[in-house]
Design a protein around this ligand. Structure first.
Ligand SMILES: [Ca+2]
Ligand SMILES: [Ca+2]
Length: 362
């Protein structure tokens, strides 16, 4: 019995367990580009992707998911939330389509907001025109913590990124200001982004939270070291920098800083633990500054491209970073296969013709 009612067509999406880190992940949102779907899906789906529904491979257990659209409203793909991803067995998801049903409401139990777990406190895919009416940069989670751009950004600063669009930041005054309230007094947290630098000589801030006495920042070229990627913190004592100098920062990297309640900071680049350092317990960061592309004081701006910023109120694992990097940087191999399927009916003998098909294909 196909699910949902009236749907007979789906794409069988197989997630390669070899692309999932040890221990797997639970409730992690996954991206699939429209171009990875079957020809049948691409020909059948509504222009806005609103008819898509997601289930486990049992065909009945529904999962949350939603269409992703670019700034022109063109369908680019989908995000969905498998309950778990295994690193020992391929995970199979069904993306159903019927070319007719309307999109679920954002607050539907299986809609957009539910696609992000409760610990994902902000997700800014950076798909919107940064010169539009504030707040320009929209958060996809239920918190709706939309960001406001600084620096007279233009519509030309929205460019093709790693996942859909991204922001081209000028290093002079461009940034996105966020409301600190969503991260008031965190005891652990994680920030992710995909970014690259235009210049390897100048120090930039990719993300920052705090003030001059207590902060956490993601940096490029920190302290003038060309090509350095670092998490730089100050928590009342000496500054601590968790860093690596081994990457070509002029290429896109998935960068994740994950902070545990015991004060350990992991810096994970493209799914590889690049550095880890103890920083003492976290007592919460003050409410002065919270920016994408700049320091806590809205200076030391990024000269480069930033994409896909995600913020979590918990420590996320290495497996989480591995899944994200593989999913968003190399989706073609993250999915072992995507195959158009059709439900077979059993309403009568085959002589009834139309009721005997279409047949399930493998
Ligand atoms: Ca994006
Ligand atoms: Ca500017």
């Amino acid at each position: 019995m196909p699910f949902p009612t009236g749907y007979t067509l789906w794409d069988e999406i197989v997630i390669n367990h070899l692309k999932v880190g040890t221990g797997g992940t639970t409730n992690q949102d996954i991206w699939i580009p429209l171009t990875s779907l079957s020809g049948t899906a691409q020909a059948t789906l509504l222009a806005n992707g609103g008819d898509a529904r997601f289930t486990l491979d049992d065909g009945t257990t529904q999962l949350a998911g939603h269409a992703t659209l670019d700034s022109a409203g063109v369908l680019t793909g989908f995000r969905f939330k498998p309950s778990s991803l295994s690193d020992t067995v391929d995970t199979i998801i069904r993306l159903w389509y019927n070319g007719a049903d309307a999109a679920l409401a954002v607050g539907d139990p299986y809609g957009q907001y539910a696609t992000y777990d409760a610990n994902t406190v902000g997700y800014w895919p950076l798909e919107e025109d940064p010169s539009g009416t504030a707040p320009q940069m929209l958060d996809r989670t239920s918190g709706a913590t939309h960001g406001t751009t600084n620096g007279s950004m233009t519509s030309g600063d929205l460019i093709a990124g790693q996942v859909g669009n991204a922001l081209d930041l000028d290093g002079a005054n461009d940034s996105v200001a966020l409301d600190y309230a969503i991260m008031s007094s965190p005891t652990e947290f994680t920030v992710e982004t995909i970014a690259k630098a235009t210049n390897t000589a100048t120090e930039y801030r990719l993300f920052s939270l705090g003030n001059s006495s207590m902060f956490v920042e993601l940096r490029f070229n920190s302290l003038g070291v060309a090509g350095r990627i670092s998490v730089h913190t100050r928590s009342g004592g000496a500054d601590i920098s968790v860093q690596t100098d081994a990457y070509d920062i002029t290429q896109f990297h998935h960068i994740m800083a994950s902070v545990q309640n015991n004060g350990t900071i992991d810096l994970i680049i493209d799914g590889v633990l690049a550095a880890t350092t103890a920083m003492g317990s976290i007592s919460g960061f003050p409410a002065n500054g919270f920016y994408i592309g700049a320091s806590y004081g809205n200076d030391t701006w990024t000269l480069g491209v930033m994409d896909e910023v995600k913020l979590h109120s918990v420590y996320r694992s290495l497996a989480w970073a591995i899944v994200r990097a593989n999913n968003e940087k190399t989706p073609a191999t993250f999915f072992s296969s995507v195959t158009a399927m059709a439900a077979s009916f059993n309403f009568g003998p085959p002589t009834l013709g139309p009721f005997s098909g279409p047949f399930r294909r493998r």
